[in-house]
Design a protein around this ligand. Sequence first.
Ligand code: IPM
Ligand code: MG
Length: 362
Amino acid sequence: MIEQYRITLLPGDGIGSEIMAVAVDVLELVGKQHQLEFTFESALIGGAAIDETGEPLPAETLEACRRSDAVLLAAIGGYKWDNLPRSQRPETGLLGLRSGLGLFANLRPATILPQLIDASSLKKEVVEGVDIMVVRELTGGVYFGKPKGIFETETGEQRGVNTMAYTASEIDRIAKVGFETAQKRKGRLCSVDKANVLDVSQLWRDRIEAMATNYPNVELSHLYVDNAAMQLVRAPKQFDTIVTGNLFGDILSDAAAMLTGSIGMLPSASLGEAGSPGVFEPVHGSAPDIAGQDKANPLAQVLSVAMMLRYGLNQPQAANKIATAVTKVLDLGYRTGDIMSSGMTDVGCKGMGEALIKVLEE
Ligand code: IPM
Ligand code: MG
C-alpha cells in the first residue's frame, strides 16, 4: 500500500531554494523506493514573505503548514531585512511558526562524523565519537514570557523587560520528550537550568526530578547552564541527551553544533503534540553571502528530510536510507566548500545532490 503525505515546503531566503531542491529530489526518490507518495505545497516565510506581503509569516503560510503532515523549512533572514522593526523581521516569522504550530520540543543532534573529524576546532581525542541530542523547549521561557517590551519608568527612564516563565505543565511535557529521547538513545539525560539563582529554574528542576520516577531506566543528572557550557567544551563525550529551556537551549545547541565543526551538516526537528505537523530544518542559516552560487552544502537539509521521515512521518526505514546515503557520499570523498579538505572532491550544491541520487539509486 502506498502511504500519502502532504508536505509544506518553506525555502525561505538565501541558499534556501538551492538546498531545498536537492532535499526534494532525495525525498521523492526515497519515497518511490519505500512506497511513499508526497504532494508538495510551497509557501513564503521570512524575508521572501516580507518582500511579497509585508509580513514575515503570512496567514496563508501558517494555514498551509497546518493542513500538511510535515513542514520542511530551509532558512530565513539576510542583511536586507536586518534593520526592520522587530515585528517585521524574518526571525519573528520563525517564532510565529513555532508558536502557531505549537512546536514545543526542538531536537538538535550534534554528531561527529568520523569523515569530518578534522573540521572540529577541538582536539580529535576530545570530540571523537561525540553524539549529543539537545532537547530544547521552544515555545515558552523568556522568548515568550509576559510582560515584555520597552517601558518607561516613573522617573521617565526606559526599561526593557522580558519574563522567563514556565508553568509546571510546560516543563512536564518537554521533560517527557527529554526522558523518552534519552530512553531511545544511551539512557542518560542531563537537565540544564540555573536553579542556584532563578526561581523558574527551581520549578524546572523539581518537575524534572518528579518525572524521573516514571523513567527508572534513565540516568538523570542536573547541571547549571554555565557549568554545562564549560563541560560541553571540556569533555563533550559525557553527554548523551540534554534537556533544557528555550534560551539555554538556544545557546547550548550552538555550542554543541560547533563541536562538530561542520554546522552545514546538522539537521533539527521541532515537534508539537502527537498528530500535529512538525517542522524540520537545518541548524545553519540562510548564508546570503553564497546564495545563488551553487556553493551551499545541502546535507543538513537532506538530513532534515531524514528527521522528518523518522520523527514526523514514522518512516524509520526511509530515514535510515537517507542517513546511510549521506555517510556514503562522504566516504566517497565528495565535499562542498564548507567541509572541504585536501584530497577530497570539491562539489557544489547540485553536484552533491547528484552524488546522493546516484548512491541512492545503487
Ligand atoms: C535558532 C535561532 C532562532 C532562536 C532565532 C533566529 C529567532 O537562533 O533557531 O536557534 O533564537 O531560536
Ligand atoms: Mg540559535
